[in-house]
Write a protein that binds this ligand. Sequence first.
Ligand code: GLU
Length: 669
Amino acid sequence: MSKEKISQLESLRAKSKREADLFFSLCENGQNFVESKKLKDALDHSGLKPNDNRLQSLFKRLEAHGDKIVFEDFISIIRTSGLLVEKALRGQLALPDFIDFSKNIDKIFDEVKKIRSGELASYIPPLAEVDPDQFGIAIVTIDGQIYQRGDSQTDFSFQSMCKPFNYCFALEALGLEQVSKHVGKEPSGRQFDDLTLLARSASSNGFSRVPFNPMVNAGAIMTAGLIDPDDSFTQRLRHIRQQFGRLIGWTADESPSAEMPRFNKNMARQENFKGYNNIAMGYLLMATGSLPHTKTDLHRDIHPDEDEFDFYIEPAVTEALKLYFSICSLEMTATDVAMAAATLANSGVCPISQDRVLSQKTVRNCLPVLQSSGMYNASGTFFQQVGLPAKSGVGGGVLLIVPQLMGICIFSPRLDTQGNSVRGIEMSKRLTSKYLVHTFDGTMTDTDRLDPKLPIARWEANSCGEAIWAASNGNIRTLESLVSQQRDLQTGDYDIRTPLHLASAEGQLEVVKFLLDHDVKPIPDRWGGYPISDARNNNHKKIVDLFEKLDIKYTEPFHLVENPKGKSDKIAKFDDELMVIELLFAATKNNVDNIRHLVANGVPVNAGDYDLRTALHLAAAEGSLEAVEYLVTHGHPLNVRDRWGATPLDEAKREKRKSVVDFLNKYKS
Ligand code: GLU
């Protein structure tokens, strides 16, 4: 790159370091522009979709703009979406490593797809006739990242998944105190359509028996009855569909019909024909006095025939049932339902429209009931295993809420004996056995499972980086505090370098003693080198003596260094040492998105660790070609030398990474 260009770029950095870091994470070395495609790809990899409302003006600007975006334009373009794009580029969205997360879910999906047990709901034809093999999943985060797979775009019957929302709508209209007079919050321990009610000691308002909770049929009929009872059926249904429209991101200035969930009238009529139990329930609710009467006066009909009379059917009952059947018969895609669930996860604000659909209080009051009663009478077992508020429906849907993180919907119509989607349950279980999302995982230190809120490289960096830097710097205080947190001081990094290696290399005698006293064992690193070699190479005799006293057979390390006297290119220092370790882990894993995020956060591509290892050394040693390409084309010098004098090319050669060797040789010339 010409000197002039370098100084131009340097002056950009000086102008606004924060914005320049974003720009340089996408801008290749020697260029002074970002390709439009690179920005689009980065957004795609972050899980944001081009049809996201919040990105509409950005995509319009990109379309109007040429392929090459210079710094000033880049900044003004990304500003059209507030801080959203900046967060995406920095890896600060709810799921920072979206691609890695997606791959893991893909894998679980493929395994669960093989399961074919269970039966379709058969009580009405429209449910009995669906394709039993359908299987889809959608996940929407509170930042509006969207993962979808399989039949995630197929409309299916909402059924009982409407229940938590009915409860929310009733809570919004009447408040908790009033709603609680009509419906309880207790697990029923009975079938979802059981006719038993919760007996409550009579209070001044006279209600003594109410549905156990809003997630069983009695409760859901009741909450349906509480929503706008004085309006006509059409008005009420329209209002509810609009509310669902808002939950899934419809904003009032768009044409409503396209965004509102579809109403399957035939399904609702079939529910009505076969809904004997629900109809019985409606009357039971009226009989116990908990379903409010409508204000209509229909008692005036006297039939001209002497003994004949018009049979009175209480409109409050039929209206509540009609609305309940109709809400059950709304149809949405798994992606829509996941968006509605994400709105609950986001305390009532729809992630993509930023519309506050429900108050925080409403959501807070709904989720605990969902948690204890959402999965029919498998709710207790489900919560113990999966640990998330969830609701299933006989249409084959299961929705789950990971509060403050994401909403999930799985759709697969074969049901188990409890009425829950077999694949839905299995998928949910496997999700929590892969990820730390169980409500009570907070207290777990189970490292086999991943925290979806952290990129895997940061997770790995956290597990060893602090201890190794502390050992290298002689910081016993930090090591003591790690011991008291029961952290493992034996864990090695991407080169299996451990705190004991670094303490030995840096002559930190006290640290070596401390580690040995805490039962830390010397283990060989990537090159077969034990800490004793570090101590020897750096003339730390007392430490060598300590190791010689241990009864261990040490092997000698093999480092390939073609030009031991060669000078090293510049290796950068960066204050946040853990971010450097994360960068090197990301390079090891060939995770270019993760590397790009770190660069967007200001980490120099050529940052070095305690052994002067850089991301390029690691990417080369592991044969991570895409990472090598990114690093080199974003300004990583080739000739950096680690503690032993090895360059990235030496590393690639030693590990026989032919494609990397070829690339580096070509790039050099
Ligand atoms: N419409 C169904 C009923 O009331 C819903 C059943 C369900 O999804 O649990 O029986």
